[in-house]
Write a protein that binds this ligand. Sequence first.
Ligand SMILES: C[S@@+](CC[C@H](N)C(=O)[O-])C[C@H]1O[C@@H](n2cnc3c(N)ncnc32)[C@H](O)[C@@H]1O
Length: 264
Amino acid sequence: MAKNRINPALSKSAFAESILSISTRFPLGSVFEDFLIMSIAACTQNVETGKSWYEEEYLATIDKYKDSELRYEFPKAFGALVIEMEERITSSLGNDILGEFFESHISNGRNGQFFTPQPVCDFMASITANKDERDAEEEKGKPLRILDPACGSGRMLISSSRRIGPGHEYYGIDIDRMCVKICALNLFLNGVWNSEVMCANALSPDDFVIAYRISFLPLGIFKIEDKEESKLWHLHNASFKKNVQKPFKPSPPTSEDSTQLNLF
Ligand SMILES: C[S@@+](CC[C@H](N)C(=O)[O-])C[C@H]1O[C@@H](n2cnc3c(N)ncnc32)[C@H](O)[C@@H]1O
């Protein structure tokens, strides 16, 4: 197995071992992306046909591997992922196996992305929406809406959902298509229903590439290809209109203003 400099826990991961074994014959970035595409398809079954809603995409993806025995590693990797996530569900390190793999083996050679350590996510979740706020919204019959506008693998959202509980809405935006798929699968496998992840530049009100809706009934991770059908796109777009800033007029400091700048 390739040396893992970032997360030593991954060197014991059967999930990582399976994905890396496929990459002995196929490019690792494509293998990981194909794993995400096929896992999303596998989680999204049409109960009437017994097949995935994304059957065609699944078949087109696995077709690349049809002449290699390594194709059997994909279902093995999925099984290992679910077991490892379950084993770490109460761990203080979290269970973001997909995000850890992305950081260690994919992004390292691409954009050098790093995600927030789990204890920091848990702390931030605890200050983002507290129990009183949750109870007040529940009393009004309104769900809290939690948004991470640069969600990466979705750790902050998963921490928030554990803290605040079910019945609320969790939203993530990321500019990176692979992160969006990781986040969608992470939310689904952690049972964070009522959630949506959108691939877009969060700094632009109109931008939209694709979104995924994670739902319990019907069960699955559903692609949204038209922005008009995305609740998150509408909420995000409306938040820009609501927060339109008035032109900034500088005013000179008064004698009461402190000259001290506090730096982190
Ligand atoms: C440091 S990671 C943080 C991820 C996650 N919030 C966490 O705490 O683990 C920053 C993420 O922001 C995304 N990103 C950067 N610029 C963005 C933009 N303009 N719009 C949306 N996402 C962006 C990156 O792709 C990356 O996944």
